[in-house]
Design a protein around this ligand. Structure first.
Ligand code: PEP
Ligand code: MN
Length: 368
C-alpha cells in the first residue's frame, strides 16, 4: 500500500476551547436528541459533571425501518441552546450532503461520520465535497466502518484530508459480527492499534458505548482504551437512560459517567517500557480471542444439546468425555503446558458445556 501522507494534522480540540489540559478528550451525550427538554436536562447535568463536549444524534441510521430515525433538523436549535447555555462544544453525526449543510448552518462544532457511512466511499466523497465547498475548518471524526477493513477506514479519513480537513480524528466503535458475543461490536483492538501505527499523528477516540452495548462494559472498556494510549472517549449518556428512544441498554446517567471518569487511571506510558506495553496489548488481544473461541465452543455445545433433546439422548456421554480429556492433555503437554493445568481447564469448560446443555433440556434455551 502506498504511503499515507497526512502531514499537517492539527489537534482536534485545543485546551483553550475546552479549558482542559489533560487527556482524555471526553465527548458525552445521548445516543439521540429526543426532545428539547431531554437534550437540555442531559446537557446541564453533563456540564455540571465537567464534560466539555456534547454529543447527540439528530439523524439516526437504523438497521431496519420502523425504528426511531432521529428528530431531524428540528433538533439542531436544541444543540445551539446547549452551546449558549452551558458553553459546551456540540457534535452530531452526518451521513450525507443535506445533513452536512444543515449541521454547518446550525453552528454544530464537531461533525462525526457514522460507521455505516464510513463504509460507503460514495457517501464519504459527497460529504468531503460539501466540507471542501464550505471550507469547513472545525473537527471531523470518522468512526470505523462496520466491517473490519482498515483500508476502508483510512480511505474515508483520506477523502476528508484531501478536502482540506486538518482537525481530523478517528473513532473506534468496534466491528459487527454475526451471532451472540460479549460485545455488541467486537473491539478488535489490533485494528485501532494498527491505525495508530500507520498514522501516529491522528487522534483516536474510543467509543465504549457502541463496542460494549451494555452499561457495565463502559468502565472496563474505557480503562482498556486509556491503557492502550488512545486519546479520548465518546460515551452515550442520557438523563433517563431506561426511557431512551435508542440504545437504552448502553446509555448511562451523567452521574454514572462522572463516577466512571473519576475512577479511570491515566497511566504514564513512559513509566513502563514500550516493549512491555506492546506485550500486554498482545495478551489483551489473545484473552479476547480466547473468550471468543470459548463462546463459539459453547454455541456448538448448545447445538448438540438441542440435538440430544430431540433424540432423547443423555447429556453426558462418559466415553466421549474421557477421550476428549486424554487427547487434549497429551496435545497440551506437547505444547509445553502442564497436564494438571490442562485437566483443570478442560474440566471447567466441560462443566460449563454440560450446564448449558442441561438448561436446554429443561426448556431454557437462548435465541442464537
Ligand atoms: C451513534 O454514535 O449513535 C451511532 C449510530 O454510532 P455508530 O455509527 O458507531 O453505529
Ligand atoms: Mn447510539
Amino acid at each position: 500500500m502506498a504511503d499515507i501522507n497526512m502531514e499537517g494534522l492539527e489537534p482536534i480540540i485545543t485546551d483553550k476551547e475546552t479549558g482542559e489540559t489533560h487527556r482524555p478528550i471526553v465527548i458525552a451525550g445521548p445516543c439521540s436528541a429526543e426532545s428539547e427538554e431531554q437534550v437540555m436536562n442531559t446537557a446541564r447535568e453533563l456540564s455540571d459533571a465537567g464534560v466539555r463536549i456534547f454529543r447527540a444524534g439528530i439523524w439516526k441510521p437504523r438497521t431496519r425501518p420502523g425504528g426511531f430515525e432521529g428528530v431531524g433538523v428540528v433538533g439542531l436549535p436544541w444543540l445551539r441552546r446547549v452551546k449558549e447555555e452551558t458553553g459546551m462544544l456540540t457534535s452530531t453525526e452526518i451521513a450525507n450532503r443535506f445533513h452536512a449543510e444543515a449541521a454547518i448552518d446550525a453552528g454544530v462544532d464537531i461533525l462525526w461520520i457514522g460507521a455505516r457511512t464510513s463504509a460507503n466511499p460514495f457517501a464519504m466523497q459527497e460529504i468531503a465535497d460539501v466540507l471542501a465547498e464550505r471550507r469547513f475548518s472545525n473537527p471531523v471524526l470518522v468512526k470505523n466502518p462496520v466491517n473490519p477493513d482498515l483500508d476502508l477506514w483510512i480511505g474515508a479519513l483520506q477523502r476528508l484530508y484531501n478536502a482540506g480537513i486538518r482537525r481530523l480524528g478517528a473513532i473506534h466503535r468496534g466491528f459487527s459480527a454475526y451471532g451472540h458475543h460479549i460485545y455488541r461490536n467486537l473491539p478488535q483492538w489490533h485494528i485501532a492499534l494498527e491505525l495508530r501505527r500507520r498514522l501516529p499523528q491522528l487522534p483516536i477516540i474510543t467509543d465504549p458505548s457502541h463496542i460494549g452495548g451494555k452499561r457495565e462494559l463502559i468502565a472496563p472498556l474505557s480503562q482498556q482504551a486509556l491503557d492502550m494510549g488512545f486519546d479520548g472517549l465518546i460515551i452515550e449518556s442520557h438523563c433517563n437512560p431506561d426511557a431512551a428512544w435508542s440504545d437504552a441498554s448502553q446509555q448511562i446517567t451523567p452521574e454514572a459517567l462522572h463516577y466512571i471518569l473519576s475512577t479511570l487511571v491515566l497511566r504514564d506510558e513512559r513509566a513502563s517500557t514500550e516493549n512491555l506495553a506492546m506485550l500486554r496489548r498482545e495478551i489483551d488481544r489473545i484473552d479476547n480471542d480466547l473468550l471468543e473461541v470459548l463462546s463459539r465452543r459453547m454455541r456448538v455445545c448448545r447445538e448438540i444439546g438441542r440435538y440430544k433433546k430431540e433424540h432423547s439422548m443423555p447429556v453426558v456421554q462418559a466415553k466421549r468425555y474421557g477421550d476428549i480429556m486424554n487427547d487434549r492433555v497429551k496435545a497440551a503437554v506437547d505444547m509445553h503446558m502442564g497436564a494438571e493445568f490442562m485437566r483443570t481447564v478442560l474440566s471447567a469448560v466441560h462443566e460449563e458445556s454440560v450446564r448449558q446443555q442441561i438448561n436446554i433440556l429443561n426448556g431454557d434455551d437462548i435465541k442464537e
